[in-house]
Ligand binder design. Sequence first.
Ligand SMILES: [Zn+2]
Ligand SMILES: [Zn+2]
Length: 318
Amino acid sequence: MMSSPRNLVVMATHRIILFYGFTPIADPFAVKLWQRELAQRWNLTGRIIVAPTGINATLGGTVEALKRYVKSTKEYPGLGKIDVKWSAGTGDDFPRLSVKQRPELVAFGAPDEVSVTTDGVVGGGKHLAPQEVNDLVATRGEDVVFFDGRNAFEAQTGRFRGAIVPDAATTHDFITELESGKYDDLKGKAVVTYCTGGVRCEILSVLMKNRGFGEVYQIDGGIVRYGEAFGSTGLWEGSLYVFDGRGSLEFDAGSTSLGACELCAATTDRFLNCADAACTTQRLACEDCVPGQAFSDRCPACSTAREAWLPRTEKTSV
Ligand SMILES: [Zn+2]
Ligand SMILES: [Zn+2]
């Protein structure tokens, strides 16, 4: 049977957008409702966080729907400047839409240390475009240090060359890390903070400057923009972990994950969940060693936590 043009199904092109905007939000609850209504109207899925200091979102949907959502969102005072990062999507990258109101845009545990205007965060590190990052390293050499602003596990598959990766299980650990004295030798150096899309460094760079790190930079658009500019030919090495169904991203065919399967040491960028569904630890495992979607055993961190929690009698029998 011949199909008439009327029966042709136009396949929608799906994309994922990632953006953040720092601006004063006087009524976060109202903005949350507005954002939810807007995202639902365009059938978007993903995650939106609204705080008194701004908005942070990762969303999936059709190109047309996302464009309309972005257009409306940019009408809010101070959000006209947002830098929206677009990447390929499948239409099935997020299980649902989640819109939440939080005291902080990123949970560093320091809501009172950050102030914003419609121009963005006050007192953060100097923004560098990708080329400026390379220029800084070319002129200052060993005097420049990359400082990973992500959770430590994210750096297992990729990081900037020679980067310092703080011992942070979550963003909440950064203040303790910065105040531990471990990084005091960086206070006289040029420190380039980096994270996935830049939002975490907007805050991290303020926290560092407030704690005596004298020369702090952040990368415009984070690793995403740097990787788009230089792929595997610049100072970035490996793949980029992302918090959605895609797992890890390679910027070009020449990049190889720095991650190794914790069982056989084969190169992999495959992060799996712990056997304990409540545990957020991500561990690397190749398809051959762990074919399923999660480990069948607990990670060292939650095994230890569980042991500490068990009554003494049970503990001895473990
Ligand atoms: Zn393996
Ligand atoms: Zn665990």
